[in-house]
Write a protein that binds this ligand. Sequence first.
Ligand SMILES: [Zn+2]
Length: 153
Amino acid sequence: MTFDLRAALPYLLPKAIAWAEEREAEILRTGIPLNEYDFTIAKRVGIARPERVRVVLVDDQLPLPSDPELQHACVTTGLFGPHMAGITLGHGIYICRPHASIRLLSHECRHVYQYEQAGSIAVFLHAYLHEIADYGYENSPFEIDARVHEIRA
Ligand SMILES: [Zn+2]
């Protein structure tokens, strides 16, 4: 039996939003600002406020939500697979150090742009998670858009 993300969204979304807002606040508090070169990458993918972006490098695993249901949803939908090299929450970006690259940074920066366009974490995640439910992770239009805007150094 597969996990039905669409059916779970009404109760998972508020938890996902609360988790993302907490993590963003932490990244904005503890993360590093973009350097001069990364700033140009952020500009190129369309970010309006690159000076607000902060990055936290993690050594192995991206931080999973502690809520068991949310964690289960993340893992089964592929949002936090072993291949997962980065995740963006508002203007906060987690990058897995071994996977750090300009390509990955530009991909995550495009997600920052998508959050900016949405106007808030709540609005973006609502749209993003419904897309994941409808198209799957790989084929979701937000992910395709982020891949199209990847910059290769
Ligand atoms: Zn992505």
